[in-house]
Design a protein around this ligand. Structure first.
Ligand code: PAF
Length: 283
């Protein structure tokens, strides 16, 4: 394994300071590990643009709504290191819980408005946890660019706005969602699905495509455009509907009528696994 595993903030800062002094640019790929094709795409994009690629692997407790989900989150570190090595990553920063949070944080970063809709109401505190840990990582790594997947469209918008509002000098690069041949978006949580559940999980992407089809065929009223898709999810016995919305891609506020580019986003539960996905559409 050629990638270097770094476990402390002090050591990482020292290594990156040296790189910066040599005039090398730094690309950051923040992850929670259990790396899949979506993450590999982030690394590939980082590798294209930056001289030094840093992948962080930290299962961040402050963004989980359920202790169980945090405990069950997969942590295959040696597999992950191998993947990073194969992808040409320079440093993997995998700090312990104590290293990242020596004591429970009294400072949290909250991004208003963008977290009001879509996943926000269903995951109270989640985006504060994400914005806080990402702000910490931005300050630790001081990268030139950071790469995030579009599957988490709301997370992307929140992080972009957080960096802007807090004057963190970093370019946030969006990277397209990577899908399985049947449309299911890669997610670390997919590996918790049984074979049967894995089949059922495709219903989310099919539902998003149905909304898109309705919009493209001229159904501007969102309530009507959503109807066949909501029925499709309802007809899948292994899936539980959480939400399906068409939102303004900038504000992430749901729209009642589609008049321009929009984000179709949804979440379902399969057993105790929550899956999200989204696609963009222009009316
Ligand atoms: O998208 C993720 O994996 C996480 O939310 C992130 C950005 C690494 C923060 O913990």
């Amino acid at each position: 394994v050629s990638v270097r595993l770094v476990e402390t903030i002090g050591e990482l800062r020292k290594l990156l300071q040296e790189a910066r002094r040599r005039g090398q640019s730094i690309g950051l790929v923040p992850t929670m590990g259990a790396l899949h094709a979506g993450h590999l795409k982030l690394m590939e994009e980082a590798r294209k643009r930056d001289d030094i690629v840093v992948v962080t692997i930290f299962v961040n407790p402050t963004q989980f709504n359920q202790q169980e989900d945090f405990k069950n989150y997969p942590r295959p570190l040696s597999d992950d290191l191998k993947k990073c090595s194969d992808a040409g990553v320079d440093f993997v920063f995998a700090p312990s819980l104590e290293e990242m949070y020596p004591s429970p944080p009294l400072t949290m970063v909250a991004v208003a408005e963008l977290t009001k809709h879509l996943c926000g109401p269903f995951r109270p505190g989640h985006f504060e946890g994400v914005a806080t840990v990402v702000a910490k990582l931005f300050h630790i790594v001081q990268a030139d660019r950071a790469y995030f997947g579009q599957k988490d469209a709301q997370q992307f918008a929140v992080i972009q706005r957080m960096a802007r509002d807090l004057n963190i000098p970093i370019e946030i690069v969006p990277v397209e969602t990577v899908r399985e041949p049947d449309g299911l978006a890669f997610s670390s949580r997919n590996r918790r699905l049984t074979l049967e559940q894995r089949q059922a999980a495709t219903v989310l992407f099919r539902a998003l495509r149905l909304v898109e089809r309705e919009i493209q065929r001229g159904v501007a009223l969102v309530e009507a455009a959503k109807r066949p898709a909501v029925a499709l999810i309802g007809a899948e016995p292994l899936a539980r509907f959480e939400y399906l919305d068409v939102a303004d891609p900038e504000t992430l506020h749901p729209v009642a009528n589609v008049t321009g580019p929009a984000l179709i986003a949804g979440a379902i539960w399969i057993g105790d696994v929550r899956l999200i996905d989204n696609i963009r559409v222009s009316a």
